[in-house]
Design a protein around this ligand. Sequence first.
Ligand code: CFM
Length: 590
Amino acid sequence: MSELSTTPTAGTDSEGFPIPTATQPESDAVRAKMLEIYPAKTRKKREKQLLANNPETPPEIGANTRTIPGIITQRGCTYAGCRGVVIGPIHDILHITHGPVGCSYYSWLTRRNLARPKPNQPVNFLQYCMTTDMQEEDIVFGGEKKLAAAIREAYAMFKPKAIAVYSTCPVGLIGDDVHSVCRQAKEELGINVFGFSCEGYKGVSQSAGHHIANNGVFKHMVGLLDEPDKEEFRINILGEYNIGGDAWEIDTLLKKCGIHVTATLSGDISYEQICKCHTSDLNVVLCHRSINYMAEMMETKFGVPWIKANFTGAEQTSKSLRKIGKYFGAQRLIDRIEEVIAQEMAVLRPVQEEIRKRLQGKTAAMFVGGSRAHHYQHLFKDVGMLTVSAGYEFAHRDDYEGRKVLPSIKVDADSRNIEEIEVEADATRYKARKTPEQVEALKAGGFSFKDYDGMMVEMKKSTLVIDDISHHEMEKLIELYKPDIICSGIKDKFVIEKYGVPCKQLHSYDYGGPYTAYTGAANFYKELDRMINTKVWKLLTPSWKKPADPAIAMGKGLDSPTNRAIREVVKGMAKAWKPKTSVTAPDAEG
Ligand code: CFM
């Protein structure tokens, strides 16, 4: 039993979904326990990033600020956000990392943004890992020549339509001018070559890399092809990267409804699709954090409006489809969407109900990226589970509190580091997709454009919201909430599981997925059922349930019984060791 008081919740909510029956400890008390270990200065900073939620008026949260040195963060770097997240999934251009080999190696297929060649786009370069492999010599004398040679070599081998070059930390530090190398290569080779100043240190997290990538994609690709697709009801999906096949699931569903996807930015996308995405008629934003910049710029320059939607969770999927139907306003589209929803739900509902019997009232916590920690709460709600705590790694205040707070976000030195590009309406190609009267009529009917209310308004009162969670806070969370499952990433997965709590990776999906749309929702419910109800967790004794080792408790970790036993074994091995009688001298040239 927890030492903290509990508040039970029960009944059904306004949408008819059962409210989980779980009891939860008081979030204020948990928060205090998490913070108490920190030195005063650290505590002062972390206090702003750990809050008890109030959905009516979300409190101001500290977000998108530097991680405190010494705290083990889950965040990634700016290069990761640019090369890995936003542009990496374009499958028919070459991606060259200008930097040490490690930066390239670690961005080689580690994010499961799947792609498959199409009949008219037969190439898929994603299996390749390309780098200039900078050495000390290049750091001292500069790496521009090496980069130019790498671009030529890559072009000669693959003859791609475009090449993107990514700067890593040392490139920024020594001042290689990647942009002029790319300009020269563009002239010389006659293909599109462009660079990104996305050095890892450029921002406080990968979020800066998203922004840099959005700017570059917009400047160098969007708008290069003006031929629109022939299909009607054309949309782009923005902020969907086809992890585990998510984008394919959404695509299939939309096709059934008669909605055409011009481009998905940037899951399984081709260069050509990006170049013509401005000819589409609506931008549907899924991951707001990584791509809101693109949505804004496309609206300003080409007149494509944007809406926020979400295909994670059955209820959310239906809502999003209906919103798209409402936007186009054609009755036959609206009717078709209703038909598809009815068909899909007829298949999904029995699965949902069956699994809900076993999961109702269980609890979850999730700490992921900049959008999933919000979206996945819907999937849990679908099967009657309660989210007791959630947070992002690198999202901004608007992703927590809603876009209404945008004007009040202070621009700090780190954000100022990232270029804000000036965009104007295109003199010939700007085309408003709806007349002002149509826009007004839609708004009057409750339709909202360019709006995102964030995570907090949809979380229960007093649930704990934690930005950029540390390992210490995660451990406290497990100890005090004991959630039935935690969703997180590889950096803490095994720490969590050693505590006897199943951990679902929500970045890579642990080789699973897809989890979007109705079909994906069924996959996710089954995965939860399997993970939470397996008996294996009962066989593990969480370390906080074991009696404390007095030596450790006294700060004498090295003198613990385990360490003493290991030392005895090592001593025994050392005693038993005898040197060989004849030792051959190593090769003098070795
Ligand atoms: Fe958007 Fe993403 Fe996410 Fe993200 Fe990411 Fe990702 Fe993510 Mo990992 S773009 S913010 S930078 S939804 S790679 S596909 S899972 S942290 S929550």
